[in-house]
Design a protein around this ligand. Sequence first.
Ligand code: ADE
Length: 228
Amino acid sequence: MRIDILTIFPSYFDVLAVSLLGRARSSGSLQVDVHDLRDWTHDRHRTVDDTPYGGGAGMVMKPEPWGESLDAVAGHAERPTIIFPSPAGEVFTQATARALSDREHLIFGCGRYEGIDERVFDYAAELGDVRLISLGDYVLNGGEVAVMAMVEAIGRLIPGVVGNPESLVEESHEDGLLEYPSYTKPAVWRDRAVPPVPLSGNHGAVDAWRREQQLERTRERRPDLLES
Ligand code: ADE
């Protein structure tokens, strides 16, 4: 998979060099390129924003650097999926991450200030499949942190990125439920004992107990998941 990230703060993405995703990038299963949006400005101050037509608080990102940068990164073999993180978008879920992990080429456009000139989304739709995606019902200062989260959630689903694919099947949200509790040695720690079933060695009983725990936790913490 190839990922291009357009941002005015490229250094936000320095951490992509470490850990699992860093390894995936060096091994070639994932290619990530981070671009400074200001490289597509042509004035001395490298201006990316301007005042909003109609007035109002804050600044709006100008369309021209976005148009040029999208032209520059979109021109590869496959029609890209172009994602703009936005609190006004559809909510990102594990299902979204799964669907996007199949794509050949993702482009992320990180907005800042009060947002991006609306015409950019319309133009981007000529170059690829546009998605506005929200990390959740709260507001961040810009799209960078949301893109970091999405790239990690998507990247770890690409074959070869996570060492043991079994660990992907058993985690929260893959089957619509929260994950069961995990324990390791010692069997008693600070007067707290591991429950008897996981200690029993009876695989059938352990599976049934884990399923029960998943249901109980989901009912308690995220009843909305059981309704859908
Ligand atoms: N940009 C600002 N807030 C955001 C959010 N909640 N999700 C995605 N992008 C954002």
